[in-house]
Ligand binder design. Structure first.
Ligand code: CAA
Length: 283
């Protein structure tokens, strides 16, 4: 049975992006958040992006209306009863996700797949909160979701082959390329990306080069679309620090120690684009 109805829990930047690509690929989408205004904000972000596609003649007005008609907003977790899969995209805190997965597990019919968009928390631990660890899996989308092709599929210790296949097929149906990885700290994406970003911040900290120079080296020299410092600001410096700490704790290896300058920026509340200031200033 192909997946038809997708419930996305969390209507922030990642959740609204996931809901958008799900609705664009013909799925029926329930976009959930705890408050109606947060769900509405997610919908407004989607509508704004779709309008831009219409302006650029990449989508017709009818297609836009069709996408929006497949999107329903919800503040009731019970709506999970109408879904085939949940994709969770709430805050990266284990206690928040654990509580959410326990509640979803109680309410959702037994066949519903519970997926998490976590960028670094262990899927096996989230799955252990539920009575269906074989039906819990990681679906890690990249930011910005409508643009980036990858979905990292993270198999927990108990995830079944069948669920893994269903979720890979869903990622393909959403126009993405799934890549399966095992459940170890940082998975593959952040285990490789974050130490590079952290090292780039070390080069600034040690006075080797300015943020601009580091970014220029990596953009022009390695053909990266954004330099690592610019990318850190884009992802959020708090998220970068959190993931480095997860790697450091998870492997106990000093090569993952977060740069003190990264810690200092986070303490200052300079979190990057979202706060208007990080290594760069934004209006
Ligand atoms: N949402 C939707 N679409 C967006 C977008 C957004 N936030 N930002 C840009 N786009 C679209 C634009 O509309 C444009 O589309 P068209 O080509 O169809 O017109 C296209 O992307 C290119 O945009 P721009 O010309 O404005 O800018 P750009 O060429 O510099 O691309 C970028 C912007 C796609 C963000 C590019 O800089 C890039 O790929 N950056 C690296 C992003 C990256 O590495 N993401 C992974 C982060 S790590 C992560 O997500 C995992 C984690 O756990 C932390």
């Amino acid at each position: 049975m192909p997946i038809e109805t997708i419930m996305v829990v969390g209507a922030g930047q990642m959740g609204s992006g996931i809901a958008q690509v799900a609705a664009q690929s013909g799925h029926s989408v329930i976009l959930h958040d705890i408050k109606a205004e947060l769900a509405e904000r997610g919908r407004a972000a989607i509508e704004q992006r779709l309008s831009r596609y219409v302006e650029k003649e990449k989508m017709s007005g009818e297609e836009k209306a069709g996408v929006l008609s497949r999107l329903r907003l919800s503040t009731e977790l019970e709506h999970v009863r109408q879904a085939d899969i949940v994709i969770e995209a709430v805050t990266e805190k284990m206690e928040v996700k654990a509580d959410l997965f326990r509640r979803l597990d109680e309410m959702a019919p037994t066949e519903v797949i519970l997926a998490s968009n976590t960028s670094s928390l262990p899927i096996t631990e989230i799955a252990a909160e539920t009575g269906r660890p074989d039906r819990v899996i990681g679906m890690h989308f990249m930011n910005p979701v409508p643009v980036m092709k990858l979905v990292e599929i993270i198999r927990g210790l108990a995830t079944s082959d069948g669920v893994s296949r269903e979720v890979e097929n869903l990622a393909r149906a959403m126009g993405k390329t799934p890549v399966e990885v095992k459940d170890f700290p940082g998975f593959v994406s952040n285990r490789v990306l974050m130490p590079m970003i952290n090292e780039a911040i070390y080069t600034v900290y040690e006075g080797v080069a300015t943020p601009e120079a580091v970014d220029e080296v990596m953009k022009l020299g390695m053909h990266h679309p954004m330099g690592p410092i610019q990318l850190a600001d884009f992802i959020g410096l708090d998220t970068c620090l959190y993931i480095m700490e997860t790697l450091y704790e998870g492997f106990g290896d000093p090569k993952y120690r977060p740069c003190p300058l990264l810690r200092q920026y986070v303490k200052a509340g300079w979190l990057g684009r979202k706060t208007g200031r990080g290594f760069y200033a934004y209006d």
